[in-house]
Design a protein around this ligand. Structure first.
Ligand code: ATP
Length: 366
């Protein structure tokens, strides 16, 4: 089982930076005879950074977030906010003293308090007048000042989500924890709300940790992400790095459709059913390669792509801006993505050529 390391010592290339949040080897077991649900999870979040925890349902994302917030205690490991310890074997700073804001999936607004009172609740230790002035200021930022007297059930889902966000940032936390906050919004609203939240976080200089099981959401919202599997962090990196240079078959498959093939690599070149392809790695010998559908080129036999095996198109899915074809070659099926102008049909003979391939570690059973 490969162990993930946060290889990014600095968030901004070349600029040494102290992490805002350091999560170090946290482990959590809920039931004595069951394996831990979080196993030595470590990562860092830098000032102003938007970070995501991505993984399938049940992999331990929410538990990790709840431990950072202080709602759960880890069995082992440490948490620091900058230099300040928040949790270790002898210390547990309570949630309200951590300087961390959070937004949950269900917003958790008070139904009998109006919008202003809901937001002002985030400042309950502050004198009432200052509290309302600051709450209105934040409602202005999220575009809801005009609705400040409404009750939550008179707001749309997107508006309720923005009230929850306003409440979470009203006390100016340095770090905001977001647990699937966009999942109950429809697709269009989800994207615009995500963009608005991102702009707001940047404007306010707030770092965030987003929990999501949606790879497209993590890739588009986060500046770095940790891909989790069964309580462990499998890989940490920028969206581009985890998508294009996955270290394991699990990460490659979780982040999008891919083709896995066994190939022989010698001097940086792999022999594949799609021709010889340069492999950006020091791997040699038998390797497992991940080749994304968009990294395969398709052509008629004897056309510009020559010297590779031919196959037959057995499936075609139109996705609007592109096609995904399924090509059978010697009993194996491969996915190929082409642009929407592609003229090939099911039943056509074709050849495939790989333009890039990444060696990945095979999936290990726990
Ligand atoms: P989802 O995306 O479905 O919310 P997740 O990745 O956030 O999943 P967690 O909610 O952290 O996963 O749960 C991880 C594991 O821990 C699951 O198997 C879950 O059943 C278990 N678990 C979570 N909370 C508790 C609890 N309080 N008591 C016992 N088991 C728990």
């Amino acid at each position: 089982m490969p162990q993930a390391h946060d290889e990014t010592h600095t968030y901004m290339a070349g600029t040494p930076m102290t992490p805002l949040l350091t999560v170090n080897a946290i482990t959590k077991r809920f039931t004595p005879n069951q394996p831990p649900v979080i196993k030595a999870v470590s990562f860092k979040v830098y000032p102003g950074e938007i970070f995501a925890l991505l993984g399938p349902s049940g992999c331990g994302k929410t538990t990790t977030l709840r431990i950072i917030a202080g709602f759960e205690k880890a069995d082992a490991g440490t948490i620091f906010m900058a230099e300040r310890p928040l949790a270790n074997s002898t210390l547990h700073v309570p949630p309200e003293s951590r300087g961390i804001g959070f937004v949950f999936q269900d917003y958790a607004l008070f139904p009998h308090k109006n919008v202003l009172e809901n937001v002002a609740f985030g400042l309950r230790k502050v004198p009432k007048k200052t509290r309302h002035t600051r709450a209105l200021e934040v409602l202005e930022m999220v575009g809801l000042a005009a609705l400040h007297t409404r009750l939550p059930h008179h707001l749309s889902g997107g508006e309720q989500q923005r009230v929850a966000l306003a409440r979470a940032i009203v006390a100016r936390p340095k770090l905001l924890l977001l647990d699937e906050p966009f999942s109950s919004l429809d697709a269009g609203l989800r994207q615009t709300t995500r963009e608005e939240v991102s702009t707001l976080l940047k404007a306010e200089g707030i770092s965030a940790v987003l929990v999501t099981h949606a790879q497209e959401e993590a890739l588009s919202f986060a500046e770095r992400l940790a891909v989790m599997k069964q309580g462990r962090v499998e890989q940490i990196g920028t969206p581009e790095a985890v998508y294009h240079q996955p270290k394991t078959a699990y990460v490659a498959g979780f982040l999008g459709q891919t083709n896995f093939i066994h190939a022989y690599v010698k001097e940086g070149v792999a022999e594949t059913p799609f021709g010889r392809v340069k492999v950006d790695s020091t791997a040699t010998g038998e390797v497992l390669l991940s080749i994304r559908p968009e990294c395969l080129r398709m052509a008629a036999p004897n056309s510009e792509i020559s010297g590779v095996q031919s196959g037959c198109i057995v499936g075609q899915a139109f996705k609007g801006h592109d096609f995904t074809y399924r090509v059978e070659m010697k009993g194996q099926h491969y996915f190929v993505q082409t642009d929407y102008r592609c003229q090939f049909q099911v039943g056509d003979s074709v050849v495939l050529k790989a333009v890039s391939a990444v060696p990945v570690a095979p999936e290990a059973e726990e």
